[in-house]
Design a protein around this ligand. Structure first.
Ligand code: SF4
Ligand code: SF4
Length: 383
């Protein structure tokens, strides 16, 4: 029997490295109202682009008028961590697994374009298409679930029955009808609540409902300004993203390492020493994280995160580096350096803070320095 176009597309997608592939009709979203309510409740925090993209998310045909089908794809990024013990050392930082290797946007977009080219070469020369990797205004988990790639767990990740949730999702909108395999399978977390219990900031406020403003992934990647003081101690040594609610998920015990070399850890992205990061200049940051997802945080955001981890480390060994950070051009970095010195405490930290207070002229930094001094001396003498 001749192989259908849908089957050819699925085969080619597998060859291109997508472990999971499913196809659904390009129809309006069925979860948009819930999503709108999530944004209206403020759970998106400062991610204003989510609000701006709302009209586009209602129906994928607003992104491609001729769209008939959505090809949902998932690429595995799970790699075995050879330095798990190191990440537990408080003088080292933890980086989310998805950011250990090359930037997935670049890797996956190229594969999607190959897939589009393949479809055109089957005779669909007039094909219209658009490709999306994570950043597109499309409710990708909804369509991935419909396409039977998995179900959305209580931690809000898409979970596959066989291999868990360490996946990048992507979509191709195409202007042709394909074969659809509906309705979706229903998956379930059952009575499990491990992710909700393990979240350090209680960001999963109820099953499948995340308050981004509390989530360490949001705080360390999306938030551009100061990290709320009450959340800083809960971040431990997480300096870019957070995997805790995936690491504890029993479905991820079935994960198999990716075959994609681009997602293997780059040198220095596994448990880097915090003190090796704090002094990075802009040029050093740009060079070190070229082609890495970490560049999204920008130097100011990334060093802010590193300094929070140093504050949680509470080591006197970090005081000279924090003294230097207190003269950084970025007030955001100086603010967090003051806080970290307050966490470390002791006479040396106190003297550094007092010296900086004499020359500091940014009001937010001055407030952080004063708060840090009070943290150290309590009601005692500031002299
Ligand atoms: Fe909580 Fe971390 Fe999961 Fe965010 S990523 S919900 S902080 S466990
Ligand atoms: Fe569901 Fe448990 Fe996994 Fe959370 S940890 S997503 S509750 S199975």
């Amino acid at each position: 029997m001749a192989i259908t176009l849908t089957q050819q597309i699925q085969e080619r997608a597998h060859e291109l490295g997508f472990e999971l592939v499913g196809i659904t009709p390009a129809q309006e979203s069925q979860t948009i109202q819930r999503y709108k309510q999530w944004i209206a409740n403020g759970y998106a925090g400062e991610m204003g682009y989510l609000q701006r993209h709302l009209p586009l998310k209602e129906d994928p045909r607003t992104l491609l008028q001729e769209a008939k089908s959505i090809i949902s794809l998932a690429m595995n990024y799970y790699t075995v961590d050879p330095s798990e013990a190191l990440t537990k050392e408080p003088g080292r930082g933890q980086i989310s697994r998805y950011a250990w290797g090359d930037d997935y946007h670049d890797v996956i977009r190229e594969r999607l374009l190959h897939l589009v080219e393949f479809i055109k070469n089957t005779g669909e020369t007039k094909l219209k298409s658009r490709v999306f990797v994570d950043s597109g205004p499309i409710l990708e988990r909804e369509y991935a679930q419909k396409a039977k790639l998995g179900w959305i767990g209580k931690n809000t990740n898409l979970i596959n029955w066989r291999t868990g949730s360490w996946y990048f999702l992507a979509e191709v909108l195409v202007s042709i009808d394909l074969d659809y395999d509906l309705p979706p399978l229903i998956g379930s977390c059952g009575s499990c609540t491990k992710c909700i219990e393990a979240c350090p900031t209680d960001a999963i406020i109820e099953p499948n409902l995340l308050d981004s403003r509390l989530c360490i992934s949001y705080l360390t990647i999306e938030l551009k300004n100061s990290i709320p003081k009450e959340l800083r101690p809960k971040m431990g040594n997480l300096i870019f993203g957070c995997d805790i609610c995936q690491e504890v998920c029993p479905w991820n015990s079935k994960a198999i390492p990716t075959a994609e070399p681009a997602f293997r850890p780059r040198n220095g992205n596994l448990a880097p020493e915090l003190l090796s990061l704090i002094g990075m200049t802009q040029a050093e940051f740009s060079k070190r994280f070229k082609g890495s997802p970490i560049k999204r945080a920008k130097r100011r955001g990334f060093l802010r995160n590193v300094i929070v981890a140093i504050g949680n480390w509470k080591s006197q060994a970090a005081i000279p580096a924090l003294r230097n950070a207190l003269s950084d051009d970025e007030p955001l970095i100086r603010r967090h350096a003051a806080w970290a010195l307050g966490q470390i405490g002791g006479e040396d930290a106190k003297q550094v803070l007092k010296t900086c207070l004499e020359t500091e002229n940014d009001n937010d930094v001055i407030t952080e320095i004063e708060d840090a001094l009070h943290e150290i001396v309590g009601d005692g003498n500031l002299l």
